[in-house]
Design a binder for this molecule. Sequence first.
Ligand code: ZN
Length: 490
Amino acid sequence: MIPQILYFVKRKNLDFSCVLCYNSVTMPLKIYNTLTRKKEEFIPLAPPLVKMYVCGMTVQDRPHIGHMRAYVVSDTLKRWLTHRGFKIKHIQNITDIDDKIIEKTKTLGKDYREIAEGNAEEFMRCSDIMGIERADFYPKATQHVQEIIELILKLIQKGYAYTTDTGVYFDISRFPDYGKLSGKCIDDLKKGARVEIDDTKHSPLDFVLWKRAKEGEPFWESPWGRGRPGWHIECSAMSLTHLGETIDIHTGGEDLIFPHHENEIAQSEAVTGKPFARFWVHNGLLQLLGNKMSKSTGQFVPALDVLQKYEPDAVRLFFLSTHYRHPMEYSEERLKEGGEALTRIKECIEMLKERSAEAETPPKNSHFADELGDFWKDFEDAMDDDFNTPKAIGRIYSLIKEVNLKMGDIDANIAHLYKEALTSSLKILGITIKGKELDRFTPQLLDLILKIRQKLREEKRYDLADKIREDLSRLGITIKDTPNRSIPSL
Ligand SMILES: [Zn+2]
């Protein structure tokens, strides 16, 4: 019996005779795969392990709220797979050197490391506030230059890459599968390609693997002289290094399908001869006034600003109320609605808590209690169907409606069942219902404390500033002082 089937037998507590009727027992978990353009049953290569690579941030600027949607999506996917019994190995890169970061060093007059570090720390902070579970590891591009160089050397040896005066390029004519992810045809792309500034390339579609450094730019030594890696090769090298040749899931925003992910496939598969990622999961983008929220156009809302204004759970509810593959519009109105919905959820859970406080022994198997009807089945079916969170949340709302109607008639044990069903289904979605109003003010309070401390430092009252730093450290908040500001990490 193949390991995947054995795994499902174990996971579902079925006996072997039930294997053939597995699909009639429970719905298989299906994920839309950009590569095949259809929903497919998800079975990892070596269950229960799931190798997942999440395309991380390029930290040339502060994280915006559009980034957080992408990471809430990958977090929800991870939480659901964990609920289904899988063990996730999650790697998420940090691109800490690229053209845009170098551009910033020129406009801000700062070292690239300072820019990258400050923005990466703010990203981690927003990620923590949003309750996004941490990855197993966050590799940085600058810490993998050696692996990147070795990968490029292999591509040159195999005839997939060539060197010119400006750097090293991938020759897409050597990779017949080029375009398989995005569905783009090479001839059409060539026709549409803009007039190339770099005429050293064989074809305008060939992409850079290694860039020669210009005067004043950061550089690393390489067999092709001083330079830096191209963006696409960084992800291939980090995924191959930390997860091996074939991974189960690769996620990212849909704007990364072409050329970034198409190029990751070409580089990785040209070297290994094996499929790079089995499932490609892409989220729709968060738009601002109908346009992509983007750092390069300056049209974006910083994530921290939103998280200081709204409860993180409300922001999550706002994101998950739209299916992850659809684009969505950033809307303060809908964020407020998310907050109101959250209040109704909390009120219902509070009522159930009070009622269930009188319960004797809590009922054991809440999943199958008759009183909950088909709640768990509907919830799980929705999530198994390509993470249909709007439907799953809709089922939670209908359960709340039912509870509110019956509240006068339900006894302590049943109240406990309902409470457990609500809190655990919400937790699976990453909505923790902490119930403490103070939590929502934490980011603002922290900023206020840091501003006061900054003022003290400017007035050279270092004893008091140090005391605040020590006290915060005891609360688990570390402060790092830079010349212009203090950066906290929780
Ligand atoms: Zn990437």
